[in-house]
Unconditional design. Structure first.
Ligand SMILES: [Zn+2]
Length: 126
């Protein structure tokens, strides 16, 4: 699973380096055993937690958005200004949550793509 080949010299194997305690869960540092090329890849634990977090907050934001949008529409229909202001704030909050979860998911997929790029190198050179 953790077999990466060097992208620079195309023949060395990437060896996982000991990470500092505070970086242990966020990223893995790999070093080529032949040319010394180093790369920092987000750890699978980090990617999985980003995916779970992104999907969970995305679902929550989507639920909040749809729920508040219907209330917002009803309030607009009946011209209730006070409710409208309140719901508009919730709508903006839901949009922020959506943007946030989208960004987390983007980071997770970018990390996955980076790991995949290293793995594809190893697949093609064998
Ligand atoms: Zn190398």
């Amino acid at each position: 699973m953790n077999e990466f080949l060097c992208r620079r010299c195309k023949s060395g194997h990437m060896v996982q380096q000991a990470t500092a305690p505070d970086e242990m869960e966020s990223s893995d540092t790999w070093e080529c055993d032949q040319c010394g090329h180093t790369v920092t890849l987000p750890s699978m634990l980090m990617i999985i937690s980003q995916l779970v977090c992104g999907i969970a907050s995305g679902l929550f934001a989507a639920y909040l958005f749809i729920d508040k949008l219907s209330v917002f529409m009803t309030a607009m229909q009946f011209g209730r200004q006070l409710t409208l202001d309140q719901e508009a704030a919730f709508l903006i909050l839901a949009l922020l949550f959506l943007a946030g979860s989208g960004f987390i998911l983007y980071q997770a997929f970018a990390g996955l793509a980076l790991r995949k790029a290293y793995r594809e190198t190893s697949a093609t050179s064998h």
